[in-house]
Design a protein around this ligand. Structure first.
Ligand code: FAD
Length: 405
């Protein structure tokens, strides 16, 4: 299948999409934003918000309509993501793996039978899917992962796979029903990195989810280790029915995810800006609104410029991804720029709030912590730089040798 078809083809009309976007915006701003404190304090998304998100189709907005999703393409996905970014990032995380890194592996590479078994339930939110790639010592370099899958026996005419290994920092693992697990079936060789991907139900014997990680931010979004001890799955769990699909599936899914994360960063930056402007207009020092001080205005100007540049970049990169013009360098550039940008914008937001910005229960304090993650997962900023620089040089070498390389 051509890479990532589902990210390219929109299945909704412009009018329907405008309605979905407006409904999402209203829900985020009128329902989720007022409950951010509750989410932070309880470290969970309230059940009624989860149900409402499921009813709106948010667990499957990027899954094709054939499987019960909304069928949005990546250009539409980023518009939604900019809305999600406006509130606690835990809200997006609740359905982020279903639509993104985990769901897209199945959408793009699953067999018809695998899609039939899982996708409708993923799109409805009945099933939470987690993407289990990272391991101790294999984060930025997933090709070095050590989790092993070994063919075993001949059960009822079919081969089993036995999986052993350990994953870490796996988003939604504590609530997952299905793990999309990357495991080595052979040593890397000239045919590829030897990594396959398996669909492993959470209740499979030998699969153990660790305790919830204690994180810096994004309260309400949970991660944990996942251990696999002689976890036995049938051959039908091998995604795409091929041992060679895994690494490519991870890379395609992550590349698409980078554009989404960039959009999320733009949404969070917009919120930090709005909080800053509102605060600057009302908080006073010596009888003057702090927003009257030109040095405060300069901070706001830098925030605003970052938001505008980020939004334009995300839209351009998503459009070029959909058209097929660039599905490699642009996503990394968007993630690099927008996640670094939101870090600066959130830092300025704390500065504009003065001591108030350092206090828990103030939105910009939460944003400052929440957005720090965006520069780390789905490829750190350093990895994005390596991808961008490496690809551009490779391309130039190819051109210099007349396309011989
Ligand atoms: C909250 C959270 C949620 C996550 N969710 C998931 C998930 O759902 N599924 C999943 O599989 N993973 C998940 N991750 C893992 C995440 O993708 C990794 O943490 C990330 O890719 C970085 O890998 P690492 O932690 O091993 O750090 P390392 O790779 O050890 O990086 C440490 C530092 O070294 C730098 N570095 C590493 N290699 C190079 C290099 N070749 N050149 C230059 N610099 C380099 C990095 O940029 C970084 O600055 C999550 C992580 C967190 C914190």
């Amino acid at each position: 299948m051509a890479a990532d078809q589902a990210a390219l083809v929109s299945q909704v009309s412009d009018q329907d999409f405008a309605d979905i976007l407006a409904q999402t915006r209203t829900f985020v701003r009128e329902v989720v934003v007022p409950r951010e404190q509750e989410i932070a304090d309880t470290d969970r998304i309230p059940d009624d918000i989860r149900r409402a998100a499921a009813d709106m189709g948010l667990f499957g907005y990027a899954i094709p309509q054939k499987w019960g999703g909304l069928g949005l393409n990546l250009a539409q996905d980023v518009e939604l993501a900019m809305e999600f970014g406006y509130t606690t990032l835990a809200f997006r995380s609740m359905f982020g793996t279903n639509n993104g890194i985990a769901g897209q592996v199945l959408v793009t590479y699953g067999t018809e039978e695998q899609k039939q078994t899982w996708l409708e339930r993923i799109a409805s939110g009945e099933v939470v899917a987690s993407f289990a790639l990272t391991e101790p010592g294999a984060g930025s370099n997933p090709a070095g992962l050590r989790t092993k899958a070994v063919r075993d026996g001949d059960r009822r005419g079919g081969t089993d796979w036995v999986i052993d290994g350990e994953k870490r920092f796996i988003t939604n693992a504590p609530s997952a029903d299905l793990f999309v697990v990357f495991a080595r079936t052979r040593a890397a060789d000239s045919d590829g990195p030897g990594i396959a991907v398996f669909l492993v139900p959470a209740d499979t014997p030998g699969l153990e989810v660790g305790v919830k990680d204690r994180k810096m931010g994004q309260e309400g979004a949970w991660t944990s280790d996942v251990r696999f001890s002689a976890v036995r799955v049938p051959n039908s769990a091998l995604v795409g029915g091929s041992e060679d699909v895994g690494y490519r599936a991870a890379m395609v899914s992550l590349t698409r995810g980078r554009v989404h994360i960039a959009a999320l960063a733009v949404g969070a930056a917009q919120r930090a800006l709005d909080e800053s402007v509102a605060y600057a207009a009302t908080a006073t020092q010596g009888g003057s609104a702090i927003g009257d001080f030109q040095l405060v205005q300069a901070m706001i100007a830098d925030q605003y410029t970052g938001v505008l540049a980020g939004r334009a970049l995300v839209r351009d990169v998503a459009a070029r991804y959909v058209s097929g013009e660039d599905r490699r360098v642009g996503p990394s550039a968007a993630k690099l720029y927008c996640t670094e940008m939101v870090g600066r914008v959130a830092d300025l937001a704390v500065q504009i709030h003065g001591g108030t910005g350092y206090m828990r229960d103030v939105a910009v304090e939460r944003i400052y912590r929440d957005v720090r993650l965006l520069r780390l997962y789905e490829g750190t900023s350093e990895i994005q730089r390596l991808i961008i620089g490496g690809q551009l040089v490779k391309q130039a070498k190819r051109e210099a040798t007349g396309g011989q390389r």
